[in-house]
Design a protein around this ligand. Structure first.
Ligand SMILES: O=C(CO)COP(=O)(O)O
Length: 283
């Protein structure tokens, strides 16, 4: 039995075979930052998740699984993505300005064998690079490599999001040069998908996607109040050669997540313009 088949089956539940693209919803923010606005209560979680049927994937934390498992059971359901690691991001929230950055201290939240048994299609892991302490950087490479090799054995897909430990400190942390290097490292370690932050322009993101042979999904960042800017960001990412988006707050904080999702599908899969897609927000 070849576990590559398992990986192809699972990856095919996320990247739509017809387009090779994906719109994934990230909903696991609580594990890093506490209750996220839009998903604070059980009621909010249930209300938002009931609107995510049209997503190609939805990312949750391990503890959320019993609460939302129905999202993933049945035909034509979103791919099941697990946020595999905690990172020391909460410090950045409760001590803003006091060296409150997430310099890449991470802990793995589940074993890959258990992930496979749970029916999960893909795991997402951060990969922090650029720490002053080279032991931390080395540990991050070793941790991500271990996850990728274990997922290969179990036929689970892996999404790596490379991040700079110098975000917010070094203005170059999100530059095309640094992002291209980090995304390519993620691909060369063996990620199936790379999730990347927006480096600031279509041109810079094109430099990232064109040098990363693994499909790149754009991460969203804060937002959600203005669906037009969400659609424009997705359109810019597609123009730059992305294979889709992996947005969280821009979807679950929206007034009607289902409408934003439908409109994002129009931009990402149907190549519709932002103006054309805007009509889906009303439907
Ligand atoms: O995947 C994500 C967080 O892990 C993306 O979330 P945001 O779009 O809210 O930044």
């Amino acid at each position: 039995m070849d576990s590559r088949t398992g990986k192809a089956v699972r990856l095919g539940r996320i990247l739509r075979p017809e387009t090779g693209r994906a719109v994934v919803v990230a909903a696991s923010h609580g594990v890093m930052a506490g209750p996220p606005s839009g998903l604070k209560t059980r009621n909010e979680i249930e209300t938002v998740f009931a609107q995510l049927r049209a997503a190609d994937g939805v990312m949750v934390s391990p503890g959320m699984i019993p609460l939302v498992e129905n999202t993933f059971i049945g035909r034509d359901r979103p791919g099941f993505v697990l946020h595999l690691d905690w990172k020391n991001h909460a410090r950045a929230i409760y001590t803003p300005g006091k060296d409150g950055r997430s310099e890449g201290v991470l802990a793995q939240l589940a074993e890959i064998g258990d992930v496979a048994a749970c029916g999960i299609d893909a795991v997402m892991t951060y990969m922090y690079l650029g720490q002053k302490d080279t032991a931390l950087e080395q540990a991050e490479i070793a941790r991500n490599t271990r996850i990728v090799r274990e997922c290969e054995r179990h036929g689970i897909a892996v999404i790596i999001e490379p991040r700079s430990a110098l975000e917010g400190i070094d203005p170059d942390a999100l530059s095309a040069k640094v992002m291209s290097m980090y995304c390519r490292i993620a691909a060369d370690i063996g990620a199936d998908l790379v999730k990347a932050l927006w480096p600031g322009s279509v041109e810079d993101f094109a430099a990232v996607t064109s040098t990363c042979y693994t499909p790149v999904l754009l991460a969203g960042g804060a937002g959600g109040e203005d669906p037009h800017s969400t659609l424009q960001l997705a359109a810019d990412a597609m123009q730059a050669g992305a294979s889709g988006v992996m947005f969280g707050r821009r979807i679950f904080r929206a007034q009607r997540p289902a409408g934003v999702l439908r409109a994002l599908n129009a931009v990402v899969h149907e190549k519709q313009s932002v103006e054309q897609a805007l009509r889906f927000l009303e439907q």
